[in-house]
Ligand binder design. Structure first.
Ligand code: ZN
Ligand code: ZN
Length: 347
């Protein structure tokens, strides 16, 4: 099979590899669509703390946002059959440890990430092998393109759950990438009263507005504190969801969060926080939650997509044949602010 193998930063080559061998419980999937994530671009370029720390094992195959068709099943697989349309989690759990056996896949000590850190070979290839426990049926109503957009939505919804967004809450979302934009939509879905979205690119902020943000803040032109002072009672919000990876926005979040509020952090940072206002966190009963596991949110997100309550296709800003993956990376890196999601077509 053809696979896009990353041999090191910026050294991506399409090579021939054997089709993966199936063990018990494995499913072989023929990839139909795969999206390129900001994390993929960071690993590809080498501009990423996980590459510098040696946690990315080269050579590797990227691709954790994908959809496909079941081609074959290993022994013991009962839920899937050849021809089924499928999507997966991006953590591949071991299925054998005590946490896996009680359904806590997120706490699996042997978990591997699909196509990123200490990678399980990902979906930038004609075929990908996924254990049955990490696979979901893609509903008939949804296209492969929509299926490949599932993963960022599961991350966004994990942020909504971690931040405990309830009806009537005011919510500040930092970052107008795909996850920030989808978070705005989901905050609206759960009934937030006023949703602020920050970013640096007008095009993406407008997309965020289309997806449900009430007020967008272009941080190159205005300050978050000025806008919140104008638009809220006390300049603070009930929930903050940080998707930007900008350390100064995380630092600022401790000043913008209401007493009893929650800050959920979905991004990665190159540096530790210079100051952690621990006394403020304690005195004002603030919760700070890191969010890396999205394994609980695939089923509700698929239902929202299937019922037409979450339409993600407008996020696609470039379509490329799989063989042109390098052009897709180039376009994503250099194409400017209109580039939100690049999708690869394997058909
Ligand atoms: Zn991703
Ligand atoms: Zn496990």
């Amino acid at each position: 099979m053809k696979a896009a193998r990353l041999f090191g930063p910026k050294d991506l080559r399409i090579v021939d590899l054997p089709i993966p061998q199936l063990g018990a419980g494995d499913v072989l999937c023929k990839v139909r669509r795969a999206c390129i994530c900001g994390t993929d671009l960071a690993i590809f370029s080498g501009n990423c703390s996980f590459v510098r720390s040696g946690e990315v094992d080269f050579p590797m195959t990227q691709g954790h946002e994908w959809s496909g068709v079941v081609a074959a099943t290993g022994s013991g697989v009962t839920r899937f059959h050849p021809g089924d349309h499928v999507v997966s989690t991006n953590g591949i759990s071991c299925g054998k440890c005590p946490e896996c056996l009680v359904g806590n896949l997120a706490r699996c000590k042997n978990s591997r990430s699909l196509g990123t850190v200490h990678a399980w070979d990902g979906a930038f290839a004609e075929y990908v092998r996924i254990p049955e426990r990490n696979l979901f049926l893609l509903p008939d109503k949804l296209s492969f393109e929509e299926g490949a957009l599932l993963e960022p939505a599961t991350v966004a919804y994990s942020g909504i759950l971690a931040a405990n967004v309830h009806a009537g809450d005011t919510v500040l979302i930092h970052g107008s990438g795909p996850i920030g934009i989808i978070t705005a939509k989901l905050a609206k879905t759960v009934g937030a009263s006023k949703i602020f979205l920050t970013g640096r690119k007008a095009y993406k902020l407008n997309k965020g507005k289309e997806f449900g943000a009430d007020i967008t803040i272009n941080t190159t032109a205005e300050s978050v504190s000025d806008v919140l002072a104008r638009e809220t009672i006390d300049g603070k919000v009930d929930r903050i969801i940080e998707t930007s990876g900008a350390i100064e926005l995380l630092q600022d979040s401790f000043l913008r969060i209401s007493g009893g509020g929650t800050i959920a952090v979905l991004a990665f940072y190159e540096h530790p926080l210079p100051e952690l206002a621990i006394d403020q966190i304690v005195f004002r009963n603030i919760s700070l939650k890191g969010v890396a596991d999205a394994s609980r949110t695939h089923i509700p997100i698929l239902r929202l997509m299937e019922t037409g309550n979450l339409c993600l296709s407008p996020l696609i800003s470039g379509r490329y044949g799989f063989e042109n993956i390098l052009d897709a990376y180039r376009d994503m890196a250099d194409g400017g602010e209109t580039r939100i999601k690049m999708i690869l077509d394997f058909e």
